[in-house]
Write a protein that binds this ligand. Structure first.
Ligand code: ATP
Length: 203
């Protein structure tokens, strides 16, 4: 039997998802189709070691939004593995926790791949997973060094970021059609990202 074909191809897609938006979902879906992958696991980071500021919304809200966002796609799931570890979230530790029978692919936006050399243990990351990169408007193109552990996959280029969505919401603007409807419902119901920010960080 062909062992290559029997391994489950799992995409690991980490982020602070503050909030999860259509850019994230569109590239995860493109990764399913064009890498291709059997499933994608969205791994919610407690906080990114490289971002100066921690997330605006609390863990419970970000997790709830992520679960609402993936509910319609059985090949998508959410992992809490990084929430269960203390301290900042290191991708190498996350990949170690998934290493086993499956074939791992680490899904990254173009901005994230540019930062990879600053991550903890990038060589080990590249040994644990094939890096699959979605080019992102405004980010440098991924290096095409012919390395078999880095693949730029065909994904829509969507100029959308969580930072910009938080700024829109803070101005009282709608995020409808920029995040899935149930996610927008959660943001409205919880009053997240408003300038006065009454409920950020609480459950
Ligand atoms: P923020 O604006 O708060 O920094 P973000 O929108 O970049 O957030 P993250 O949760 O930091 O979202 O991103 C998780 C992953 O998704 C990263 O690998 C990032 O590069 C990628 N990503 C996010 N938005 C896009 C996009 N529009 N196109 C391609 N990749 C994206």
């Amino acid at each position: 039997m062909d062992r290559e074909r029997t391994a489950v191809r799992v995409g690991i897609f980490g982020g602070t998802f503050d909030p999860v938006h259509v850019g994230h979902l569109a590239i995860a879906n493109a990764a399913l189709e064009s890498v291709p992958l059997d499933r994608v696991v969205f791994v919610l980071a407690r906080r990114s070691p490289l971002k100066e500021r921690g997330p605006v919304a609390g863990e419970a809200d970000r997790l709830a939004m992520l679960e609402l966002a993936v509910a319609g796609e059985p090949r998508f799931s959410v992992s809490r593995v990084e929430l269960e570890r203390d301290g900042p979230s290191y991708t190498v530790d996350t990949l170690e926790s998934f290493a086993g029978a499956d074939e791992l692919f680490l899904i990254l936006g173009g901005d994230a791949i540019a930062e990879l050399p600053r991550w903890k243990d990038p060589d080990r990351i590249a040994r644990l997973a094939t890096l699959v990169v979605a080019e992102r408007p405004g980010a440098p193109s991924a290096p095409n060094d012919g390395s078999s552990s880095l693949l730029v996959f065909d994904a829509p280029r969507l100029d959308i970021s969580a930072r910009e969505l938080r700024a829109r919401a803070a101005r009282g603007r709608s995020l409808r059609y920029l995040v899935p409807d149930p996610v927008w419902g959660h943001i409205e119901a919880r009053g997240l990202y408003r300038a006065e920010g009454p409920s950020s960080g609480t459950t």
